[in-house]
Write a protein that binds this ligand. Sequence first.
Ligand code: FCB
Length: 461
Amino acid sequence: MTVAIILIILVVYAMVVLGFRIRDPELHWNWRNIDLNDLTFPKNFVWGTATASHQIEGGCHNNNWYEWEQSKNENEESPILKEAVSGEACDHWNRYEADIELMKQLGVKSYRFSVEWSKIEPENGQFDEAVLQHYSEIINAIIGAGVEPVLTLYHFTHPIWFKELGGFEKSENIAIFQRFCERVFNEFSGRVPRWCTINEIEVEATQSYFSGTWPPGKKDPALVGEVIKNLLEAHVRVYQSLKKQPNGDKVQIGLVKNIFQFDPYRSWHLIDNILGLVMDTVFNSAILRFLKTGKFRILIPGLINVSHSNPKAPASNDFIGLNYYSHFTIKPRLNPSELFEFKIRSNETPTDMEYSIYPEGFYRAIMRINQLGLPIYITENGIADKADNRRGSFIRQYLYALSRAIGDGARVKGYYYWSLMDNFEWAEGYEMKFGLYEVDFETQERKLRKGSQVYQEIISR
Ligand code: FCB
């Protein structure tokens, strides 16, 4: 009897720990033997930089994030670090011409940005022509500077009226989102060659419905599953519909997927491994499986039980966008309200966010997403580094990992550094400095950081 129990435990242990490792082994390279100048990128490789409307434009007074920034919890505390509000942000709405000049100085040839749904459609079904005209001018200015515009339709923010209808918690609201996407596409598809439908479904769903740190601030695992399902379905429907619009066959349309690995804090520890596996299922593997096969299923007994299928999903991306920052190393916490925590290992270099510098993970994520068989654009990658004492080596190491993945067969076509300039970093407010350009939010002055010059040099090579 005891032998049988021990055997069962060993088998479970081996299945979980080894299974996890075999599928996506945690890599660590010996950097002392690596030549960081050994970089090879294909001809026509696209170098770019990225932003999102709510984080830079200013004047977003009509969306779910605006409401969230004004709100207080039961202890009268703001949900945003240091009670920040996005407010005027980088005032990019008015300063876009100067900001496009900054892109030229960097040498980037492509720019990924998003349009603000709450400005374009301030009331359900009513579109603001003046706002569309303003975006049209921004697009003309980007093209005029010799930079290619890449437009994201949905980057975390939606109008307050859409939230009041239940947002993406309700599948019937997908049609409303689709109508917005069609309208924007028909305005700009003649000038914008690449379109991202939705940014980071998995990040929005988990922050907004699991940790509750983003609007609407709920903690309900069942809704995590439901919102992922609805956003995936929204992507497929939007893709299918835009492809049928004028220019649909001429432009490229794709989803933007974030990959964070959830590696066990202690590689030998069964619970760390199980936690990592569960998190990876929700955040990565269930979504990648849907994109590949059209089948979506998450079953975590007692927490999430959701399934969906759409046979059109495997043919609903002309490219896949990958956003990559780092891995989380996960371990249990002996606290009934928080069952696990992410803890940076002592031998890793932290960024200013709650994760480390992990270029090998960038390589892993690229090789993993490459299994979709689609052209890949790295739609975001960057570091929060206020002291600017890690940015330069971050760029060198991550671009080395990218070059190595391309050498090993990954079909990566371009890379967009997050972000052009410091901006409103969601729940972290203005504390996180991701910008290639430092922004003084009092004077709106922008200054190229020293560490960013590495990016400039690599592009110019
Ligand atoms: C990504 C978001 C982007 C920015 C970076 C740091 O998850 O897409 O808006 O906040 O993280």
